[in-house]
Design a protein around this ligand. Structure first.
Ligand SMILES: NC(=O)c1ccc[n+]([C@@H]2O[C@H](COP(=O)([O-])OP(=O)(O)OC[C@H]3O[C@@H](n4cnc5c(N)ncnc54)[C@H](O)[C@@H]3O)[C@@H](O)[C@H]2O)c1
Ligand SMILES: O=P(O)(O)OC[C@@H](O)[C@@H](O)[C@H](O)[C@H](O)CO
Length: 414
């Protein structure tokens, strides 16, 4: 795959060149009517593999939409340069470019903590831009975290020295986003599928579902692509959209990843075909819906759409992939519903099922544990201690602790 014309100017910088970025932000940028003015310089977290594969094909790659009936392919041309995350020189140079206007991130939930390397790299980039006399820009996190813009603003500002923090306050806008497009990791056999489909070899294709959603708020002081013409929505407040997605979709995913994998299921499609998992999902969704600021009609439509998306047998979304980093995911996907229910003196059985399944997963049941933050939770002597690590107030709630104890003891019983 080679470009035939000049690439767009690199006005966007992305950290976390992986599967989701290629299916989502890079796709929206390429689909915008002003795509010819917005190129992306993308960095992997660390490893050079994907950056090298993309560089060898001028940043071009095939996006394959997996419909239930078959595949369709589009070539995406918004990535104009790809680098390994270890290439600090290229990283700092990208921040110094006067035309840089937007920085996007897809680095996983765990990477928003100080010490992960991401806040540190952002601060180094911002310092380089300030030293070079660079102008304002927007930072737009695209990970599944509530209030992700405020989270990045805080961690970056705390890490910066006072002079840089003052410059950030004046020059950097932090967008908040809800992102959605189910994008499983590309596998080796996917490379053959794409060549059979298009006749063109591609070492860096991405396979994704047809559905996509992007809801954003915030300022873009140096401009941005017309993403809204590609289907993105700009709103005053992302929170209701984010809660709908994080609780119903991501919370449902975590339920299937922990409780569904304990029943022997490997993929989301397999788990939702099981009436037991469907019943557990309904229980969780009924409970979470009580606290969502949306009409019953909207919630019913969203639940129906999720079941349809998840039942697509051609999306091989592995429960083991979703089960990673539960210690970072459950606090944003499940605990808000636990707190709301307990404040209303309800016992949230659906949420307790997810927590119990996760605790059992930490002890070897279901999907393997891949979570750098899991050790203290796995070492906890009892469910009460697990709750205490999340939030001492939850551990002090005797009724909640008793319900969780019982659910962990009962295991996967239906
Ligand atoms: N895949 C999806 O369906 C999907 C959908 C919505 C949102 N997301 C968000 O995107 C994130 C990434 O998903 P993906 O499917 O692209 O995963 P991926 O594994 O394909 O890519 C993740 C990228 O993040 C980088 N990364 C991880 N930890 C990092 C760190 N500490 N510092 C710097 N970079 C780091 C990795 O190196 C890689 O480049 C998810 O965690 C989620 O928050 C994914
Ligand atoms: O990507 P993660 O690891 O944050 O979570 C796994 C899934 O719940 C998630 O990727 C969803 O597929 C995605 O959020 C759908 O838009």
């Amino acid at each position: 795959m080679r470009r035939t014309g000049p690439p767009p100017a690199p006005r966007i910088l992305h950290l976390g060149l992986g599967n989701f970025f290629r299916a989502h932000q890079a796709w929206y940028t390429a689909a915008a009517p002003d795509a010819d003015q917005w190129g992306i310089t993308a960095f992997t977290g660390r490893s050079p593999g994907l950056a090298a594969a993309l560089t060898a094909q001028d940043g071009l790659y095939t996006l394959v939409k997996r419909w239930p009936e078959g595949d369709t392919a589009t070539v995406v041309g918004s990535v104009v340069a790809a680098h390994a995350g270890t290439d600090t020189g290229a990283w700092l140079d990208a921040w110094r470019r006067p035309e840089l206007a937007v920085v996007t991130l897809t680095v996983t939930e765990a990477a928003y903590l100080r010490g992960s390397g991401v806040p540190e790299r952002l601060v180094a980039g911002l310092a380089a831009r300030r030293a070079a006399g660079g102008g304002p820009l927007a930072i737009v996190p695209c990970d599944n975290l509530p209030a992700n813009g405020a989270v990045v603003r805080q961690v970056v500002t705390e890490l910066a020295d006072p002079a840089l923090a003052a410059w950030i306050a004046d020059s950097v806008a932090f967008g908040t986003t809800m992102v959605d497009r189910i994008t499983p990791a590309t596998t080796a056999s996917d490379l053959d599928v794409v060549e059979r489909l298009t006749g063109v070899p591609d070492a860096a294709p991405v396979f994704t579902e047809p559905f996509t959603e992007w809801v954003l708020s915030g300022d873009f002081p140096a401009g941005r692509p017309h993403w809204e013409d590609a289907g993105a929505r700009f709103v005053a407040d992302v929170e209701p959209h984010e809660q709908r997605k994080l609780w119903l979709l991501n919370g449902g995913h975590s339920l299937l990843a922990h409780a569904g994998s304990a029943l022997g299921h490997r993929t989301v499609a397999e788990a939702v075909a099981d009436p037991v998992c469907r019943r557990w999902l309904s229980e969780w969704w009924d409970e979470a819906a009580i606290y969502l600021p949306l009409s019953p009609t909207e919630i019913t439509a969203y639940r129906g759409a999720l079941l349809e998306r998840w039942s697509n047998p051609r999306i091989q979304h592995q429960l083991a992939q979703i089960a990673t980093d539960g210690s970072q995911k459950l606090p944003v996907r499940v605990l808000p519903v636990v707190r709301a229910a307990r404040a209303a003196r309800r016992t949230p059985a659906g949420a307790i099922r997810i927590l119990a399944a996760w605790i059992r997963h930490l002890h070897g049941v279901g999907a393997p544990v891949r979570d750098a933050g899991a050790a203290p939770f796995a070492a906890a002597a009892a469910p009460r201690d697990v709750l205490a690590l999340f939030d001492p107030a939850l551990a002090a709630d005797g009724e909640l602790v008793a319900a969780l104890d019982q659910a962990v003891g009962e295991g996967a019983r239906t």
